[in-house]
Design a protein around this ligand. Sequence first.
Ligand SMILES: Cc1cc2nc3c(=O)[nH]c(=O)nc-3n(C[C@H](O)[C@H](O)[C@H](O)COP(=O)(O)OP(=O)(O)OC[C@H]3O[C@@H](n4cnc5c(N)ncnc54)[C@H](O)[C@@H]3O)c2cc1C
Length: 432
Amino acid sequence: MASSAYGSTLPWAEPSWYTGRPTPYYKESHKRLRDAVRQWCEEHIAPYTEEWVAAGAVPPSLYAACAKAGFLVPIASGKAIPKQWSNYPIIGGTKPEEWDGFHDFVLWDELMRGGSIASLFIGLVVGAPPLLKFASKQLQDKIFPEILSGEKRICLAVTEPAAGSDVRNITTTAEKTPDGKHYIVNGEKKWITNGMFSDYFMTAVRTGGAGAEGISMLLIPRSEGLRTRKIEVIAGPLSSTTYVTFEDVKVPAEYLVGQEGQGFRQTMVNFNHERLWIAFQAIRGCRIALNDAFQWAIKREAFDKTLIEQPVLRNKLGNCGRKVESLQAWTEQIVYELEHLSDAEGARILGGTTALLKVQAGMVCKYVAEECLKIMGGLGLTKTGQGARIEAFYRSVPSYVVPGGSEDVLIDLGVREALKLHRQAEKAKTKL
Ligand SMILES: Cc1cc2nc3c(=O)[nH]c(=O)nc-3n(C[C@H](O)[C@H](O)[C@H](O)COP(=O)(O)OP(=O)(O)OC[C@H]3O[C@@H](n4cnc5c(N)ncnc54)[C@H](O)[C@@H]3O)c2cc1C
């Protein structure tokens, strides 16, 4: 029997399991997490979001408050929380051993719903995993306590003015000093999210010759010769998109992440979770838009009827609903599969699929944002009032489409990866 509904009961405004329908994926700990994140955001974020967005910044104390509330450890971990982090708080009282990819999904779904603070953690989501997966224990033991306590912050710096999709051709150099104790870094990085307030830059650098094999990952502390300048972008007023310049920045050699020459592979592996995480947020963005569009369509009258009484309007909403629910189901399938595969197999089998999921998320966002904006009429173009969340969502759509791998590039990658799997499977058959 279905249990009672949680949150909005408007169609597709919440995931189906929130309405009390049966689910194979979500258990008590997921519900506890959902309740805790929603309550925390409603208390600490929602009342202040408008003020912070207008100011373009949050109070400096907020990040430490997020650490204390138990957000940082799961955000830095993604799908599994390492045993060595069991002493840190986790939001919702979730035990580290319980944490899975569905908790990650729920956390991001609710953070996205909770207001604009989600963008404060982007650097942590994409910058921490290379440190956790590939760095030496010494480096992890030094850096993570600072980051997980909220004292210091990290971001990921791969893109350059002349190399975005084409990571193989980055030109920022890191040259070893003659005594081998340091790297000297020179170059520029562009569109680095959270860069303005980061203390550490997880940076793709060239330590060798041309191409992918010459790329390494180096953790660069903010220090002499590293300068940051804000770039204004259309969405994410709190995400602090940044231009970073390195001029003879001296970095201890122990800050190399893994071995020289592994930076390209590390960057590609890192993209898989980033793309899944973009889909998590896209889905909630669509649900928020649907919630607000439904509310409006039910009460607004035009030509002697409410909007919802007009078949054309119902057609728009129905098309949005089916797209969002399909996206949710595909995302859950991938999360489930990743839960049952090793990290290496997950990357091999699902890298291309995750790229296509991210493309689909962007396309669904484009569709839903535009349809919901039209349903709102003039309110859909208005930054305050009942259309404000739809107006903001509409502006944010390109940030689901370009960062994390641009749409056209990822479709092509998805097909190439699918063909690779096909060839591997055929080869395995002939060996039998
Ligand atoms: C708001 C924002 C935040 C970002 N945050 C970060 C961050 O934190 N860290 C970081 O390292 N980077 C970040 N980026 C960079 C982002 O990942 C790149 O912008 C993205 O990968 C595209 O690279 P590009 O802008 O150089 O476009 P290009 O690589 O110059 O491509 C331009 C367009 O050409 C097309 N194209 C190019 N190559 C191909 C191809 N082979 N096949 C088909 N089409 C192609 C695509 O349509 C693409 O959109 C961010 C970008 C933005 C806008």
